[in-house]
Design a protein around this ligand. Sequence first.
Ligand code: MG
Length: 312
Amino acid sequence: MLGCIIGDIAGSTCEFDEFKSKEFPLFFEGSDYTDDTIMTLAVASALIKGREVPQRPLRELMVEEMRRLGRKYPYPMGAYGARFSGWLRRDDPAPYYSCGNGSAMRAAPCGFMAVTLPEAIALARVSAEVTHDHPEGIKGAEATAACVFLARSGYTREDIRDFVRENYYPLDKTLDEIRPGYGFRDTCQETVPQAIQAFLESESFEDAIRNGISLGGDADTLTCITGGIAEAYYVRGRGCDVPWMGPVRFAKRTDGTREDPRLALLPEGVLEQVRALLPEDLTNIADRFAEAAAGREGAYDRIGMVRPYILD
Ligand SMILES: [Mg+2]
């Protein structure tokens, strides 16, 4: 899940700038984590709690953790969307039919924690519906979590592209075709397909992040989504020993290929900078989540089934 956070921090200084190049230092002076990181960790925290307190419905835990961390960190860089800010403060946490890209930006942990594709999609749906119950809001979260799940399970780029095309978005434009007419967009349907395309055309984890930012859109959110998928693909999905994300599952690609583990490497110092920027309670969630997801996956490998989440 650190891939999402790296994407968020790298995009944080370009969110409203419509920056259109791949040449830039990954972290600028002033780069910081934003709402995307906080809400991704809120979803992760809800998923951890759903393991620890299995009688609690996940939907309740999602609301609780988003509101807990949102209220604890009320003024992140770039701020929350106006309607989400209102939802954080209101007594009654009813969903508000949003199709904003906030549902997709926080969905990656669902793809990392799930042990099957249908579960990844079901978890993402719940994580979205508590606020973004518009069909496009749900679709953005589902597509993101599905890509993460497929990427970390050894599926190829072509598999992932085909699955997205059949179920979610046409993905009919290359990055070069998207870039000229694109700018800040805050809906799922104008962010998630572009974020997936940034991964599909990447040559490494870092290249995926650079692709995402080079589109000149809602850079932190778009690249947070790309970063989660790229992490799943380059770090978790290949069975290579690149220990920046905790335990790695052994998985061969469906076409039998393995890629060079160097494609998952980060520029020197990036991981240390991420840890230095995040408050301790947030890094703790990231660390605990990596352990919980690996443990659940390990149990699934051994016995072929694990206790499902109670969703409602
Ligand atoms: Mg943000």
